[in-house]
Ligand binder design. Structure first.
Ligand code: SF4
Length: 365
């Protein structure tokens, strides 16, 4: 396959096929630069020059998890050293801290506690919502939706409706990892299947609950698996328009079982990180927003991803124990002043946004 022809056809409006996406993801050497440049040009056309970020706070409620995925250093069994599960008072304290930081979004990131039921999820949402009315609550993955449904003997649709009634604003498109069952059976065998993930996301979109889309790459999947994953996201978006953005999540390997057992190597290379961002931009014609996970890539590679098709710097976060526990350095907090330096250095403006990508007036802060 001639890569220059693929890129030229793309410029002419041709929609990349899955095979073409896989071929682009395999390019090595200086051949990557025309791909990054084409993605950057398309980013300018589709999203403009502005780089956005959201002022948010991650809150970890528990690291006790029924799944214990091989790529995760965060999940624990109940009773393990370091295992925790917050009570209502602690949740309120964490939310109060988030509010004092003037966030517009609270993001709940936790293990899938084996004893949580629909009622537990409703209580958590209610507590956060009461303690921070008006703050966007972005929480729970399709795997947690399925868990609540099984635990309480109800449908996933009912779980979504009840979460929304309790105060959930948007659902996380996490637990997607790589949407290919042979890969899932190695890296996260206890999570929802590909079909279940797709079904719950479609259900959420039909209920007008927006979600993010994620891809966690760099364990033991192939470029074809990555392209298939992107193709599934593109199909869903074509039908529902319910994804707000793509969040590429590069595997952080250091403290994970997959790496220790020699099943996965030391994660994606810088070449793969930039190509994944660029190919996502070129392939996902129906996504406006492609995010940079600076907690996974670091500030310097993250800056380059903004020149490879990305238009959003995600959130300030204030805490990311999931990346920290897996071995990422400096994944906790990125000051908007540092974002401003990164973004100005590449000649682009930085603006604060809300979760729905509407812009916040005034200077970033
Ligand atoms: S990735 Fe999520 S579901 Fe898997 S072990 Fe970690 S916390 Fe649990």
């Amino acid at each position: 396959m001639d890569i220059r022809t693929v890129l030229r056809d793309g410029e002419g409006g041709h929609r990349l096929s899955e095979e073409e996406a896989a071929a682009l993801l395999k390019v090595r050497g200086r051949g990557i630069f025309p791909i990054l440049s084409a993605a950057d040009a398309l980013r300018e056309e589709r999203a403009g020059p502005v780089v956005t970020y959201v002022r948010n706070q991650n809150i970890h409620l528990t690291n006790i998890c029924k799944n214990l995925c091989g790529f995760c250093g965060f999940g624990r069994n109940e009773g393990d050293e370091g295992a925790f599960c917050d009570d209502t008072e602690m949740i309120k304290k964490k939310v109060a801290l988030a509010r004092s930081r003037n966030v517009t979004e609270i993001c709940l990131l936790s293990g899938v506690h084996p004893r949580f039921t629909m009622e537990t999820y409703e209580e958590i949402i209610g507590t956060v919502h009461q303690a921070a009315p008006g703050v966007h609550l972005h929480a729970f993955s399709p795997d947690e939706v399925m868990h609540a449904a099984r635990q309480s003997g109800i449908t996933t649709r009912e779980v979504l409706e009840r979460m929304r009634s309790a105060g959930l604003s948007s659902l996380q498109g996490t637990a997607a990892e790589i949407l290919a069952d042979p890969v899932r059976s190695v890296i996260c065998p206890k999570k929802v299947s590909t079909a279940e993930w797709v079904g719950i996301i479609r259900e959420a979109h039909l209920l007008r609950i927006p979600t993010t889309a994620t891809i966690m790459y760099g364990t033991c999947e192939t470029e074809e698996n990555r392209a298939r994953h992107l193709a599934l996201l593109r199909e869903i978006q074509e039908d529902t328009g319910g994804f707000t953005e793509l969040v590429p999540l590069s595997y952080v390997y250091q403290n994970t079982r997959l790496y220790r057992n020699g099943i996965a190597g030391p994660g994606a290379s810088g070449r793969e990180d930039l190509l994944l961002t660029a190919v996502a931009r070129l392939f996902l014609y129906n996504f406006r927003n492609i995010q940079v996970s600076w907690g996974k890539l670091g500030v310097k590679l993250g800056q380059l991803a903004l020149l490879a098709g990305a238009n959003d710097l995600a959130g300030t976060m204030f805490s990311d124990d999931v990346s920290n526990d897996a071995g990422a350095a400096g994944a906790d907090y990125l000051d908007p002043a540092m974002m401003e330096i990164m973004v100005r250095d590449i000649g682009r403006p930085l603006r604060q946004r809300r979760t729905d990508y509407s812009l916040v007036e005034g200077k970033p802060g």
